[in-house]
Design a protein around this ligand. Sequence first.
Ligand SMILES: [Zn+2]
Length: 196
Amino acid sequence: MNLRYEGFSTAQQGIIAADYARMLTMADRTLGHGAPLVTWFGAADRDMLMRRLRAMHTVVHAPNRTITFVNRIGGVLKVEYKSLYNAQLMPENSPGVDLQGVYAYVFPTDRRDEFGTGNTGGVMSHVGSGMRIYLADEYFSGDDAERASTIYHEVTHKVLCTEDYSYERDECLSFAATPAKAMGNAENYGFFLRAC
Ligand SMILES: [Zn+2]
């Protein structure tokens, strides 16, 4: 993967590059079946789940792809959903835009025409906008594993059409009882990565 940066200092670029490298090491470990898989995805169909994890593994290691990390610290823009299929980047001071607690985000793309509406991960993927990941105010406040999993979380939106049903640990854990929901929730992959 080629990494590009917009608006980051050399020191910040170094941190992000190290986070990406750490994420790759963790992503390698996701391919081994194990206890964390059960914790975060319950009885999810193993073939289906491993296809997703391998798809992620392939993309994050792809030598000819580029991810651009964009500095949105200080909150210039954020993706807001006017409705599920009408997402847009909103100026910071738009009504309802609150960047407190935001780690990162990506711009979604409606893929109903390609995937139909029955895809377990939803139909809002993120590849159409290019691989741009907007890092927000909380990004650098996370620990090493958290920053690595934030990147992985964002890439699952792009590759697996995941949604943000919840970021809360307990709620994400509860999704394991309904594997389709667990497989469709970005932060379940984030927590899973951290456990690998
Ligand atoms: Zn997300």
